[in-house]
Structures are given as structure tokens and as C-alpha cells.
Design a protein around this ligand. Structure first.
Ligand SMILES: [Zn+2]
Length: 531
């Protein structure tokens, strides 16, 4: 069956707008004049709509997002009362849920960020409630959860974590960093392969709804890999997925064999394109909002520290070299300028030691970059994976990051224009569930350097803004390249999968601030209409 889509404005990176896409067996077989003049069995009139290839997400945490979606939906609520209403509704609709676990709340909506257990008690007191904050380094719990975990005024803060307290030393209800969060989470019902398959199903449904047909899970541990295998075999994994296995300084040597075996197992799935398990995730530092990103110069609020480097230089080089030798792509989280430098140094040294190959190393976030390091992305062929929704002065930048690093450095975050001018290849990732998985919401942000839908003021560091064409290219073509999916996806051209999105109007003739409100009319995956 050959289907011709016509009367459309089709956009594909680097090409003039054209009309006509011919598809057969889920693949694009011709475009433009050639498509319009080819024989076909049916034709679809798109009434002048704007067509773009489906999006790819180069950095996200779909299982975490899917787990979170099982609980109350509190994302982007702006008051404590709204959150409490949502928790109350969820509790009423789910009377048999023994624990209520959800996320993610914006901690900056109250002054200190210390949320109170009593507030949650006022809506649910019979069962434990645990809510994750958007930074995913903080939880807010009710008194039942504190009681079950046995946390009292006598409980000491665990190493590396803190328990927020009242004046009398009793726990207030907010716990920070994994060691403190574990006091509660370790007694909550554990995630199982079956519950994670459900999480994957939910995540895929959200992605398809947003026009994303391939994504990256950039934090995969062994049990999560088992869930992906199960979901791939059962058909519940309905989008293509790239997996990045987490390596840490303490366990990477013993993980090498495990990752090789998992890669092998995924490569034997009946659809070889469905899962690419060929990337290793490294965390070089923490985050600016909590003062753990590694900086070249000290933090202003705490001049004794420059943050935390998670890896020792030599150990990072050893680990990168071993995995790169095995032809795993490296995907390094680096936020502060010292972490970015460490990652580039390690990649450069690794490239001197190991034979050359098409490695497409990734540094994700790259929020602060020293001037002298900018050209190294291009020179070393390192992809800078940036989160478009973060490129504006949001509450986190204003309330939490600015006081820690000062205005001068705060304003040097996300230098996209400078990176492009230095020759760097930028790809996009949502970091969902930290921020929304919906690309249409994010596209205008690096263009206007303003929150989605706003246009009244001048954008944050507007000289670093990019064009809408670049924004689309980074979220589609360049992410396909990063994900080694550029042969099958990322453009509307012959041989590519017929995954595309039909929008009510052109993204180039409206103000960028209106892009987030544009209607998605139809989404096609493998040539099949999803909605
Ligand atoms: Zn992430």
C-alpha cells in the first residue's frame, strides 16, 4: 500500500519547505516532486498543514517518569494548596494504595523549600505519603511515613544527607539527598520488573502523545534493564529506546561484564532497532541548585567549596577508556565548568589512547563552560546535549542558583549561540521527569530565552538565543545523530521511518512564544496514524 500525503508544508532540517511525502510499509519512499508524481494507492490531503519529523529525546529518565505518573500528578502546580488537593483526590480515588508516592513538586514555591509533614497530614494521615521534588534530590513526606521509618528528634542526619527539623529538633517532613531519602524509600514497596513494565508503558504513551518516537533512558540499572527486556518482548515498549547504563566510581569494574551481556541480550530482540543498549552514563558532578556542581571558582554562599567531583581524574579516564574500547558510547553528566573540563580532558586523553571510531561522545547539561573549553566540543566531536526548557531564568535559577554562584556566572549558563559559533554539535534532551517531555512546549525557550508562552520581557541573555529552525534541528536531526539513529530517523527523506507530526500551522510564521499553544493535529508512527 503506497500512501501519498499532499497539500502540506513539510519541514526537514537543512532543506527548503516542500510538499509531498510518499510512504510504503512504514517507510518514506519519496518526497517532494518525486512523491507527488509517483503512482500511489491512496492520497491524504493535509489541507496546508505543517509537517515535521517526529522528535527524539536525547536525555531523559522514562522509567522514573512512569513510576512517578502512578501517583498524584503534581507537576507544575504553583501553590501548596493545589498540591494538597491533588494528593487528597488521589487518595480518595485509590483507597487501597498502601503508600502514596508521587512527584514532582516545585520546591521554590515556598521560601525555605522545607515542606511540612503537617500539611500533608491535613489531607492524608492514615497512609504514608512521599512526594519527590523536581530536583529529585529531595522528598516531602507526611508524619505516617516519618513514624514508619522511625525518624525522630534522636535520628542523626545520615552522611551526605539532611533531615529538615523544627526548632525542637523533631523532623519537619523534608529530607534531602539519597542517603536521607533512603531512610524512607527503603521501607516503601520496592519497584518490581512488573511495576516497571507498567511505568515503561505509561512513559511510552506520554511520549507518543507528545510526538516523540525514540528516547534515551540515561540512568539504567540492572533491574530496569530487565524491565525494558520484558517490555520489548511483550510489545509494551512502543517507542524506540536507547539505554545508558549507570557506571559509578565504586562499581564500574564489576559492571563491565554485566553491561556487555545486557547489550548482547538486547541485540537479539526480533526488532534490532527497538532498543540500542550501547551507552554508559557517568555522573561527573551534582547540580548548581544544591551546591554540588563542580566549579572552577568557589561558590559565593560557601567560599570554602567548589562543589563535588564524583570521579577522580585517573579513575574516570580508566573507566572511559575501558568502555570506549568495547565500543560503548559515553554519556557524561557535567554541569559545572570544572566538571565539563574534567569530562573533556578525560575524553581527549581516551581518544589518544584508544583506536579511532565513530564514538559520538556526549556531555549532557554543560550549563557552565570555560571559554577555552568551548572549541573542544567540535575538536573532539563531543555532542553537547542541552535541555531546551532550562534556557530561561526560571525560579530555580533565580531563587536557588543565583544566590550560590552570583549574577555573572548565573548569566553564563546555556551559551547555545556561543557553542554553535564554536562549531559544536548541540542535541536536545528533556531530562523528563525533571522537566516536561513535550518538545512543542520547549522549542521556543532557547529562541526567546523566556518561559514557554511568554513574550512581554526581553529574554535572559538574549545574545545566546537560537533560531526556531535550529531548535527543531537540535531536537530532531542532531538528537538522531547522537542516538546513532540518523540512518532510520531524524528527517523526512527516502529510507527513513514514516514517523511525523502534523501541526495546524507553520512554526516559522508565528511568534515563537505561540509555538507552545500550537495544535498537534495528527501523529504518525511507521506510517500509522496514532491520533
Ligand atoms: Zn538526567
Amino acid at each position: 500500500m503506497r500512501t501519498l500525503f499532499r497539500n502540506a508544508q513539510c519541514w526537514s532540517a537543512g532543506e527548503e519547505i516542500f510538499d509531498g511525502i510518499l510512504i510504503e510499509d512504514g517507510l518514506i519512499t519519496a518526497t517532494g516532486i518525486e512523491a507527488l508524481s509517483s503512482p500511489h494507492d491512496e492520497s491524504v490531503d493535509l489541507n496546508g498543514a505543517f509537517v515535521i519529523p517526529a522528535f527524539l529525546d536525547g536525555h531523559a529518565h522514562p522509567i522514573f517518569a512512569g513510576r512517578e505518573a502512578a501517583g498524584p500528578t503534581i507537576n507544575s502546580l504553583s501553590t501548596v494548596d493545589q498540591i494538597l488537593d491533588e494528593v487528597k483526590n488521589f487518595a480518595e480515588k485509590n483507597p487501597t494504595a498502601s503508600w502514596i508516592i508521587g512527584g514532582a513538586y516545585e520546591a521554590a514555591i515556598i521560601d525555605s523549600g522545607d515542606f511540612d509533614a503537617n500539611w500533608l497530614d491535613s489531607v492524608v494521615s492514615d497512609r504514608p505519603v512521599v512526594l519527590h521534588a523536581v530536583d529529585h534530590h529531595t522528598i516531602w513526606v507526611n508524619t505516617k511515613a516519618l513514624d514508619l521509618a522511625g525518624i525522630t528528634e534522636h535520628t542523626q542526619d545520615p552522611i551526605g544527607g539532611t533531615i529538615a527539623r523544627r526548632a525542637d529538633g523533631k523532623p519537619k517532613g523534608t529530607l534531602r539527598e539519597p542517603s536521607a531519602m533512603a531512610l524512607i524509600l527503603d521501607i516503601a514497596p520496592a519497584d518490581t520488573v512488573a511495576s516497571d513494565v507498567e511505568a515503561i508503558k505509561r512513559a511510552c504513551a506520554s511520549y507518543l502523545d507528545a510526538g516523540v518516537t525514540a528516547a534515551t533512558d540515561s540512568w539504567v540499572e540492572k533491574d530496569m534493564a530487565q524491565a525494558y527486556l520484558a517490555a520489548a518482548k511483550s510489545g509494551d515498549l512502543s517507542i524506540a529506546m536507547n539505554l545508558s547504563f549507570l557506571a559509578s566510581p565504586t562499581n564500574w569494574r564489576e559492571k563491565v561484564e554485566e553491561f556487555i551481556a545486557l547489550r548482547e541480550e538486547f541485540s537479539q530482540l526480533s526488532d534490532p532497532d527497538l532498543v540500542k543498549a550501547n551507552s554508559i552514563k557517568f555522573l561527573a558532578d551534582g547540580a548548581l541548585s544544591v551546591g554540588t556542581a563542580a566549579l572552577m571558582e568557589p561558590y559565593i554562599d560557601n567560599p570554602d567549596t567548589t562543589g563535588i567531583k564524583i570521579w577522580d581524574d585517573d579513575e574516570l579516564l580508566d573507566a572511559l577508556s575501558v568502555f570506549d574500547m568495547l565500543k560503548f558510547q559515553v554519556h557524561i553528566h557535567a554541569i559545572g565548568d570544572a566538571a565539563v573540563k574534567q569530562a573533556l580532558d578525560a575524553i581527549e586523553a581516551m581518544m589518544r589512547i584508544n583506536p579511532n571510531w565513530d564514538r559520538r561522545s556526549v556531555i549532557v547539561h554543560a550549563q557552565l563552560i570555560c571559554d577555552e573549553d568551548l572549541p573542544r566540543f567540535n575538536r573532539l566531536g563531543v555532542v553537547a546535549n542541552i535541555q531546551p526548557l532550562w534556557c530561561h531564568l526560571d525560579p530555580m535559577n533565580k531563587e536557588l542558583i543565583l544566590p550560590r554562584i552570583g549574577a555573572a556566572r548565573n548569566d553564563l549558563q546555556y551559551r547555545l549561540r556561543t557553542l554553535i559559533d564554536s562549531g559544536a554539535l548541540i542535541a536536545f534532551g528533556s531530562d523528563w521527569p525533571v522537566t516536561s517531555e513535550i518538545p512543542i512546549l520547549a522549542l521556543s525557550v532557547p529562541v526567546n530565552r523566556l518561559a514557554p508562552g511568554t513574550r512581554s520581557e526581553t529574554g535572559w541573555n538574549i545574545s545566546e538565543s537560537i533560531t526556531m529552525e535550529e531548535s527543531l534541528t537540535f531536537y530532531i536531526r542532531n538528537t538522531a545523530y547522537q542516538m546513532f539513529r540518523d540512518k532510520e530517523r531524524g528527517s523526512l527523506s527516502p529510507g527513513k521511518k514514516a514517523d511525523f507530526i502534523v501541526l495546524e500551522k507553520s512554526l516559522f510564521t508565528i511568534d515563537p512564544s505561540e509555538v507552545s499553544t500550537i495544535k498537534v493535529k495528527r501523529i504518525y508512527k511507521n506510517g500509522v496514524e496514532l491520533r
